[in-house]
Design a protein around this ligand. Sequence first.
Ligand code: ATP
Length: 324
Amino acid sequence: IKKIGVLTSGGDSSGMNAAIRSVVRTCAFHGLECVGIYRGYEGLMEGDFINLDARSVKGIINKGGTILKSARSEEFKTKEGRQKAYDKLIESNVDGLVVIGGDGSFTGAMIFNQEFDFPVMGIPGTIDNDIFGTTHTLGFDTALNTVVEAIDKIRDTASSHNRLFFIEVMGRDVGHIALNAGVAGGAEEILIPEEDLGLERLEESLRRSRKSGKSSSIVIVAEGDKIGKNIFELKEYVDENMSGYDVRVSVLGHMQRGGSPSCFDRVLASRMGVKAVESILEGKTNFMVGLLNNKMELTPLENAIKGKSKINLELLRVSDIMTT
Ligand code: ATP
């Protein structure tokens, strides 16, 4: 292995730049060349590469987003598209690839590896934390901190006006952000995709909280919550069925993706970059680098994609107890 390529693909997340920096510097440390590939698999097929030396990644560890840009690519899902990508890599003498992205990006990397026997290594970068084989994906911790800060701010206005707020956070299929931010922000209830709490329980919990003299209530709702109502419908429901509540809604949206990465994400990204490059050097391929029991571990891409990242049920119980 003499030259490694690195790309970011799928939805961006904080910590991707820190991971790029780590990959580039680990390459430099081991005397390897490194190329950055723009716009994920799109740039890979076009040969949109840039040589990156250790100094060219200065000043990015604290930046959100990704300097290499990210993209989604339909063409890479075709055999012809992947052949183009392979030809570009060979043309540029790249002989290993680090893919920073989510499960879709890993699926592409795995198929590419199987077709061309090309060494690939995945680094999980997505705010949803929905990847098996790591307790944390890059950007999750930063997103949590952003959400908690937003909850705190909304709480100020909620308690000044005795209001009930439904706050929507990201998470179509998994409730990691909702659950963790909900516990940290002292939410009354947390609605997640994994469990249907039911409207009765929500009503009961809101009534109980009011009886106990609380001046504000915050309910965190993941995008894909299992009750099956979005926050606007939830507001409507409370307006129609429960008297005396002054209900407001807030969708946090894309602010959750951006921002300067937290210390945790910077450290994690640095560790993952080192592990990814050194694993390729050891001849390993088709794995994802992850954090398990505070150690860097490899999980076959196939398992990372197929496995389920389960929510922490203990946390669900903690949340219940805290709202007593
Ligand atoms: P996130 O879910 O956080 O946005 P992701 O990596 O899962 O990240 P996707 O949009 O699912 O995001 O995938 C990114 C890209 O990976 C796709 O645009 C496509 O180019 C490639 N990809 C996904 N699935 C496949 C597949 N089956 N075969 C080849 N390439 C794929």
